[in-house]
Design a protein around this ligand. Structure first.
Ligand code: ZN
Length: 213
């Protein structure tokens, strides 16, 4: 939703829901971990009235602990924390899980994917950032495709049921390559909101063909 018109946030949530999205991805930024500042639990709670879809919170904060419970109360269905955040990640993961909420870990483009290894047994989702987080509308970093492949093999080796999400500059230029590399969830912002096509067509065009190999 980072690319949405925030002055019409509720109706934008309705539009995305009616266009056929599976999840609503909400970027919570604290102005510290990333320079940008977006929105927090009160806004998310009010958005809940506009959609029953899964609310997927991407939490970019230096001190996520204090935001976890308010986010869950606001209606979060999953919360993803960054391995780069200045925090005790294991504690955050356990805090989220203790409320029955799904949990993810995210890695920035500059972060080695090996950083996720200690958390493989406890997460539902791994998020590979394909841009440096902070702002919408950035160009996709092509090396992300190989990183997705490497994370996919880490997940297979661990024999865990973990979603592999990609966030940043996702469009039809890279969606099929990402699916082939093993991504199971594509986050799209600018591609959906700036498209001249109907949003439902844009969402369909991203789904691609699931590689059976
Ligand atoms: Zn995000």
């Amino acid at each position: 939703m980072l690319a949405a018109d925030f002055s019409n946030f509720g109706s934008e949530i309705t539009n995305v829901t009616e266009a056929g999205a599976d999840w609503i991805h909400l970027d919570v930024m604290d102005g510290q971990f990333v320079p940008n500042l977006t929105f927090g639990p009160p806004v998310i709670a009010s958005l809940r009235e506009y959609s029953r879809l899964h609310f997927d919170i991407h939490l970019m904060a230096n001190n996520p602990h204090e935001l976890i419970e308010p986010l869950i109360d606001a209606g979060a269905d999953s919360i993803t924390l960054h391995v780069e955040a200045l925090t005790d990640l294991e504690k955050g993961i356990n805090q989220i899980k203790s409320h029955g909420c799904k949990v993810g870990v995210a890695v920035n483009p500059a972060t080695d994917e090996q950083e996720i290894l200690p958390f493989l047994q406890s997460v539902d989702l791994i998020l590979v950032m394909s841009v440096v987080p902070g702002y919408g509308g950035q160009s996709f970093i092509p090396a992300s495709i190989d990183k997705v492949k490497r994370v996919r093999s880490i997940i297979e080796d661990a024999n865990q049921d973990i979603e592999l999400q990609v966030d940043g500059g996702v469009s039809t230029e890279n969606s099929q390559a990402l699916i082939n590399a093993g991504a199971t969830i594509l986050v799209a912002g600018s591609f959906l909101f700036s498209s001249n096509n109907q949003m439902s067509n844009s969402i369909l065009s991203l789904r691609g063909n699931v590689n059976q190999d």
